[in-house]
Design a protein around this ligand. Structure first.
Ligand SMILES: Nc1ncnc2c1ncn2[C@@H]1O[C@H](COP(=O)(O)OP(=O)(O)OP(=O)(O)O)[C@@H](O)[C@H]1O
Length: 245
């Protein structure tokens, strides 16, 4: 069976010479794949290329076996994405926003809107204007919109960014529930290593635009007291290699 996500040797260098270089990753069905790296490492650039919002200069991305740049419609057919902050009409209720979004998908009706509102825990607030929502509620609304069409893969860019601890726990619980109940495969970026440790089974680590490690979290952590310690060991190892190159 095809991997859900296959990124092969993708490079995109901006005119300022920053960007991503020769990135390759694989996500299998059922993974909650964490894409970890510090600010500016290249996560958003990779995710924009994955969803066709940006073009790679070299390499290819396949989703469910389809090339994102040449077979975009088939590649994105079973994909939901939340990249950068979720957008919504703030003068309308959360529910109305979802009803409008549902019109984009044939076969997605009122029952599915009810279902996704329930899944993300917005039932008590569904009729309130989005302008009155907290950041956490807006993120949950974004998640609800992203799962309306029952995607098999969800690509989430920093879904807990800016949230307080309760907000983070809530989003994490929703992700784990969606993985379990809707059998969604996840590709989630974050610069918060603890979040990745609590949520994901596999991890790709990007540093200065290069993927420096990919594997099961348990393997990456082997011999380290925490994932954070394992990450620090990993980047020190890379600095050492660079110094000897
Ligand atoms: N359009 C652009 N033009 C020039 N440089 C860019 C552009 N987009 C991103 N970059 C640079 O490319 C590098 C990677 O940026 P990217 O936004 O992908 O990182 P990130 O890991 O998502 O960071 P953050 O966690 O801060 O969002 C950064 O150095 C950034 O400044």
């Amino acid at each position: 069976m095809n991997p859900v996500v296959e990124i092969n040797h993708v490079t995109k260098i901006f005119p300022n010479l920053r960007g991503i270089h020769d990135v390759s990753m694989k996500v299998q069905r059922g993974d909650i794949y964490g894409f970890f790296g510090p600010n500016g490492a290249g996560k958003t650039t990779v995710m924009k290329i994955m969803t066709g919002l940006a073009r790679a200069q070299q390499g290819e991305v396949k989703l469910f076996g389809f090339d994102v740049s040449t077979q975009h419609e088939q590649a994105m057919a079973k994909v939901g994405a939340l990249i950068e902050t979720a957008e919504a009409y703030t003068y309308m209720s959360g529910r109305r926003n979802l009803e409008l979004a549902a019109r984009l998908y044939p076969g997605v009706g009122k029952e599915r809107v009810d279902e996704v509102i329930e899944l993300v825990g917005l039932t008590p607030f569904q009729h309130e204007k989005v302008a009155r929502y907290s950041l956490g509620m807006k993120q949950r609304l974004g998640l609800a919109a992203a799962i309306l069409s029952k995607p098999e893969l969800l690509i989430l860019d920093e879904p807990t960014n800016g949230l307080d601890i309760e907000g983070m726990v809530h989003i994490r619980e929703i992700i784990l529930k969606l993985a379990r109940e809707e059998r969604i495969t996840f590709f989630i970026s974050s610069h918060l290593i603890h979040e990745m440790e609590l949520m994901c089974n596999r991890l790709g680590i990007i540093h200065h635009g290069k993927l420096i490690r990919e594997g099961r979290i348990t393997d990456i952590m082997a011999g380290s007291p925490s994932l954070e310690a394992a990450y620090l060991r990993e980047i020190q190892g890379n600095r050492g290699l660079a110094a000897h190159a």
